[in-house]
Design a protein around this ligand. Structure first.
Ligand code: BT5
Length: 319
């Protein structure tokens, strides 16, 4: 923790050298301890320039995931203020559930650098190699159950907005929770209610983004792409996490204030297959029709030969 006090000091003086002596006096630690902690920070990926006479200067924070960096970056009321990063987890959603049961707070975040049993919907597998952003947020919203189902829509729009702001990349949303670029999946969302279904007190929002790895790592999944492949460079995962949390908090707050219309139109502006003939799978059933949009209750609207069908769960297949 003390090393973060050093960071705090260096960050507060951007581009300036701070002498070892000043650090040791201000933080009441020995010069040797300052040196040791700077060494540790460098190993964590902080680019700190050391000069024998002038002292230390923080040049750049690391691209790789770092809880302290995200906490400093994030400009939110509560999202991401409590945040932990693990090297490897079964699933961040499973971990967030545990944390929620132990009293985890609204907006608390858990991130894993890799997951060995990441989950998609309906117990499907979610491949989560190193280099991705695998993150779950505990949400204790002030929402009815009906409105809580709109949180996945809110999360989709939040991620799309973040990716557009950071990389000027326009990503499409395939109902209900796939984010696509040129038809390839780059991110998925898994919303799960903790506790009883008839009362939403806590929801875990799992977000998986294929960021800094090559899609070859995904083995047999051929319909995926990663940000690194699309952009041609590695993205700053801390900035990505922080920006998503900012947009997510805004969207969740808007939902709590019953402002669904903006979200609905933003969602539809990004929807893939809107106005087109699609198939919707619900369990064993297959429906064909024209994808008309999202209702005021957040359901998918399909115009079929038999009339209008509404779906709150299922899968869309594009032509
Ligand atoms: C999803 O499910 O898209 C939800 C994915 C949520 C993942 C996050 S990561 C953090 C948190 N912790 C978790 O354990 N989960 C959440 P679904 O729509 O059911 O899509 C699953 C399908 O996507 C699989 O059956 C594969 O075909 C495909 N798939 C698996 N891994 C993928 C990947 N990394 N990229 C693209 N497609 C993938």
């Amino acid at each position: 923790m003390a090393s973060h006090d050093i960071l705090q000091l260096l960050v507060s003086l951007p581009g300036e050298f701070v002498s070892g002596e000043r650090i040791s006096q201000q933080l009441n630690v020995t010069r040797a301890s300052v040196w040791k902690q700077i060494k540790q920070l460098k190993e964590e990926g902080f680019d700190i320039e050391a000069h024998t006479k002038k002292g230390y200067c923080l040049r750049k924070t690391p691209n790789s995931l770092n809880a302290w960096v995200i906490e400093q970056m994030v400009e939110t009321k509560s999202f991401g203020h409590v945040l932990s990063i693990e090297d490897k987890l079964k699933s961040t959603n499973a971990k967030a559930r545990e944390l929620a049961r132990e009293g985890g707070i609204h907006g608390q975040v858990v991130i894993a650098k890799s997951q060995y049993a990441g989950r998609g919907r309906m117990q499907r597998e979610w491949q989560s190699p190193l280099g991705g952003l695998w993150m779950s947020v505990i949400i204790r919203p002030n929402l009815t159950l009906a409105n809580a189902s709109k949180l996945t829509l809110a999360a989709s729009v939040a991620i799309v907005d973040a990716i557009e702001e950071l990389y000027q990349l326009r990503v499409g949303i395939k109902w209900p929770n796939d984010l696509l670029y040129n038809g390839q999946k780059i991110a998925g969302i898994l919303g799960e209610v903790v506790g009883e279904w008839n009362r939403v007190q806590t929801l875990i929002l799992g977000i998986g983004i294929n960021a800094n790895f090559s899609s070859e790592k995904l083995g047999s999944i051929l319909t995926a792409a990663t940000l690194k492949e699309i952009l041609g460079y590695e993205v700053d995962l801390n900035r990505l996490a922080a920006t998503i949390l900012e947009y997510l908090e805004k969207q969740v707050t808007a939902l709590e204030e019953n402002l669904f219309e903006d979200l609905r139109s933003n969602w539809m502006a990004r929807a893939v297959g809107l106005g087109e003939e699609v198939r919707v799978l619900r369990g064993e059933e297959v429906f064909r029709g024209v994808f008309k949009g999202i209702s005021q209750d957040g359901e998918l609207l399909l115009s079929t030969e038999q009339g209008e069908e509404r779906f709150s769960a299922g899968e869309v297949r594009l032509r």
